[in-house]
Design a protein. Structure first.
Length: 276
């Protein structure tokens, strides 16, 4: 069943004796055009979460075994070896599973379904009771991606997502994630909403506004999410952002942590030091 764990960036207090394996994860930056330009959808994590409680994040979660199940491959549109290559993956089954994970988690947490009807038509989610039950089953770990596609009579749409970046939690951290970030356009005819289980609030926000609020402490945003938001600032529209996702660098970003003047700092590959 899908895991409740979410990708995070944890500052280690007591480093484990042996490095913790990084768990494969997927996160989706859903974009739309607002009155002032590009906006992205963010969720506030429940205050009682075991990490990043109260922080604003993009929908996402940990890869589940069912996401790579053979039966889901027959209900996935737009998948090809090219898609795996653009993610920097050699294992097509694994790469496909990451995309399915991204679609599943985005629906579970945000109520956004990146899919098509079996006839190729857009998914409108007009039968609110039926889709609410599907989200409930995902949250309760009573169903997985294959069940979502089959019972919903939809085809999950891999081509509605594009790889954006890959971040790996530093080695000393007690919880580690190997997270692929994807971008997607907000589907027409759908209305996103937080799940009131793992997330308690949601907002459409300009990337530059979110970064400013994070730096001033007005909104809690963990470091990798903030860096993703910074990477979105140059784009003026959702379509421009989506088109820019072709040919992105797939090299994993693996920061490390150093103590500088008695304070922990996140060090990136360019040598730059950042407060967590």
């Amino acid at each position: 069943m899908p895991s409740h764990d979410k990708p995070s960036f944890v500052m280690p207090m007591d480093a484990p004796a042996e490095p913790v394996p990084a768990r494969p994860s997927a996160t989706v930056i859903v974009a739309r055009d607002g009155d002032a330009g590009l906006e992205v959808f963010m969720l506030e994590r429940h205050l009682r979460s075991d990490f990043a409680g109260g922080a604003y994040v993009f929908p996402g979660g940990v890869l589940d075994e069912q996401d790579s199940a053979p039966e889901i491959a027959g209900r996935l549109d737009g998948w090809s070896a090219t898609a795996a290559a653009e993610m920097g993956e050699d294992d097509e089954t694994f790469a496909r599973g990451l995309l399915v994970c991204a679609i599943r988690e985005t629906f579970e947490e945000a109520g956004i379904l990146l899919a098509r009807g079996e006839d190729g038509s857009p998914v409108r989610l007009q039968d609110e009771a039926r889709w609410s039950e599907s989200r409930r089953k995902l949250n309760a770990r009573e169903a997985g991606a294959a069940d979502l596609a089959t019972r919903g009579r939809v085809r999950l749409a891999a081509d509605l997502l594009r790889f954006w970046a890959r971040w790996v939690t530093p080695l000393p951290s007690p919880k580690r994630y190997d997270t692929r970030f994807f971008v997607a356009l907000m589907p027409e005819g759908q209305q996103p909403l937080h799940d009131d289980v793992e997330t308690t609030a949601s907002v459409w926000i300009r990337p530059a506004t979110a970064v400013r609020q994070a730096l001033t402490g007005e909104r809690s945003i963990i470091f990798p999410t903030r860096k993703m938001l910074e990477s979105l600032i140059p784009y003026s529209s959702a379509r421009e952002l989506f088109d820019a996702a072709h040919g992105r660098d797939t090299t994993p970003v693996l920061p490390h942590i150093e103590m500088i003047d008695g304070e922990p700092r996140i060090i990136l590959s360019d040598g730059s030091a950042h407060a967590p």
